[in-house]
Every structure is written in C-alpha cells, then in structure tokens.
Design a protein around this ligand. Structure first.
Ligand code: PBG
Length: 330
C-alpha cells in the first residue's frame, strides 16, 4: 500500500541527469584563481614543505607551473613574491626589476593567455615581516604605509598586471591606490580588495611558504578579529566606496557565514580565498588515510560557492578543474 505524500524530495535526487539539472550551485573553471609563489633567482622549483604539492618558482621556471595550469583549463593566477633581500621599508616590493615585476613582464611575453593578478602587501618584503612601515614605537604606521602601497600598485601596473589585490588591511589603501592608478592613466585597471581579511591561524603554512611571519608581535592591529561579522560588512562597504571592483573574504571555510552575509549585502562580485591552512588540513588528513581527498576538495569548494562566493582563490584550482571536467562537481 502506498502512502499519499504530495511532496517527495527523493523524486529529484535520483539518476545523474535529473540530479544535475536541479542543482542550485554551478561551479566553473572560469571562476578559479590559482596562487603562485615566485622567488628571485634562477632555476628554482622547490616544494613548500608546509604545503605539499605547492612550489616556489623562479621566473625562468614559471612555465612548468603555467603549462600544467593551462592544460587543466585554469587561466588566472595570483602572484606572491619572494625577494632576494628584505629591508625595513620593503624596497623590493616596488623595484622596477623586483621579482613580481619580472614575473609580470615574463608572463606577459610568454603566456599572454594568462590573467595576472598580483597580491599587494609588504610583509614578504620587510625585514620585520609586518604588512607596513613601522613608526618609532615599532607599530605599523597606517598613513605612511599608504604611500608605499600606492607605489607598489603603480609598479605592478607598469609591469603589466591585469588586476591588483591589496591584502595589507591598512585603512584607506583602496582609495589611495585607485587615485594613484587613475592619475597615471590606469583608470581601467581593476582592484580586487581583500576587504574582510581576518587575523587567522589558517595562514600558518603560507607564512612559511613566503617567509613572511612577523619577527615580533602579530597582525592583530590591522587584520580583523574573528569574533566579528558586522565589521566585515563595514570594511567591505568602505572598500567599495573607495573603488574596489571585487571584494574578498579570507579565509573561506571557517567564514562561510561572512561570505553569505556579504554576498547578500553588496552589488560587486565576491571572491573567497581558501587559504594555506585549509589546503594543508585536507592534504594532511588525506595523507593519513582519514578522508577521500578529491571528494573533500569538491565538497568544501562547492560549499564556498553555495555560501555566495562567485570566485574562488584556491591552491586546489587544478584538482577542482579535474573534478569539474569529470562531472563530479558542477
Ligand atoms: C599577505 C598575505 C597573506 C596571505 C595572503 N596574503 C599572509 C598574511 O596575511 O599573513 C595568506 C594566504 C594563505 O594563507 O594562503 N599579507
């Protein structure tokens, strides 16, 4: 005897074609950005011990990274630079022949099909490892740092960046960069601001990768407190008012509520950055045989899109492209 149920959720959950037709979340390779660590020097392709499967490349070896990436169907990179030497002012960040500037010119020449985004921050270039210029009391001087950030932004623009991504969390940086770019004829160059960037233990593996851990203190005076969500909205709205074209929430997995909140509240595209700690946790658990790596990569990334992100910055970009191609997600 059959029970009379008007609604049966299971009717739509069967067979492949129907299940895929009714999906609420579509994932796409077009929405993936892959972070790339570029190191000063020659003939370098070294694995990052805290991030198995990720490498630091010298400019002359970038092709080995890009070939694999393009073959998977991912066309967008986010560059991080590892300079030869560091100093208190982070001079390497805006040098004409700095590591990022060289990488941009080389990539533009050899891989014109790649879309080149650059991370703009000072922590990889300063000897003290902070994201800005220090005052006499060893505190990051916000307003002084702004001049430097504008200078870095301009040098990336001149070297051929397609988009700039400020990650320093200084107040007013987006507006200062926008003004500086506009004044030099780069009014068409978009800014993707790390607007809601939390002070997070999930960046641990990155700081080893980029050798950018602060020599003293922490980043709590400029990165956000993870107890707060209204503050994320405030920061994001400020960045948009200052000219941000795309905004970022970072990290992603432990911040799905923030992604959801911001995606409902703003009219610009929203990106999420699934950071080094998220990558390392999945890698470690998979290596220990505790989880199915591909399944977890697909499920977690889809949850970030489902929460409201349109763009995903992730070290798993290639793996996700493969999962999309094989129909496991998307
Ligand atoms: C630079 C920057 C960091 C990350 C991206 N840009 C490190 C930090 O803020 O300490 C972290 C990325 C990751 O963990 O994958 N400020």
């Amino acid at each position: 005897m059959s029970t009379k149920l008007i609604q049966r959720g299971r009717r739509l959950r069967g067979g492949g074609a129907l299940r895929r037709m009714v999906r609420e979340t579509r994932v796409s390779k077009h929405a993936l950005i892959y972070p790339v660590f570029v190191k000063d020097g020659n003939n370098i392709e070294e694995e990052i011990s805290s991030m198995e499967g990720q490498y630091r490349y010298s400019v002359d070896r970038l092709g080995s990274c890009f070939d694999k990436l393009l073959e998977s169907g991912v066309h967008k990179v986010l560059f991080f630079g590892l300079p030869e030497s560091k100093d208190p002012e982070g001079r390497g960040a805006w040098k004409e022949d700095g590591v990022i500037q060289n990488a941009l010119r080389w990539t533009g020449r050899h891989y014109p099909e790649l879309y080149k985004i650059t991370d703009i921050c000072m922590c990889e270039y300063t000897s003290h490892g902070h994201c800005g210029i220090l005052d006499a009391h060893n505190q990051v001087d916000n307003d002084k740092t702004l001049e430097y950030l504008a200078r870095i932004a301009l040098s990336h623009a001149r070297a051929g960046a397609d988009m700039l991504a400020p990650s320093d969390m200084m107040d007013g940086r987006t507006g200062v960069m926008r003004a500086g770019l506009d004044a030099e004829g780069y009014s068409g160059l978009p800014i993707m601001a790390y607007s809601a960037k939390y002070s997070s233990a999930f960046y641990g593996p990155f700081r080893e990768a980029a050798d950018s851990a602060p020599a003293f203190g922490d980043r709590k005076t400029y990165q956000m407190d993870f107890h707060n969500s209204k503050e994320a909205l405030k920061e994001t709205l400020l960045d948009i008012a200052e000219g941000a074209d795309i905004v970022i929430v970072k990290p992603a997995l432990a911040y799905l509520d923030i992604i959801h909140l911001i995606s409902r509240a703003v009219q610009v595209p929203l990106a999420a950055y699934s950071v080094s700690g998220e990558y390392a946790m999945i890698k470690a658990a998979a290596k220990a045989g505790l989880i199915d790596e591909d399944a977890i990569i697909g499920e977690t990334a889809t949850s970030i899109w489902r929460a409201g992100a349109q763009i995903l910055i992730t070290y798993f970009a290639r793996e996700l492209a493969r999962l999309i191609d094989s129909g496991r997600i998307g």
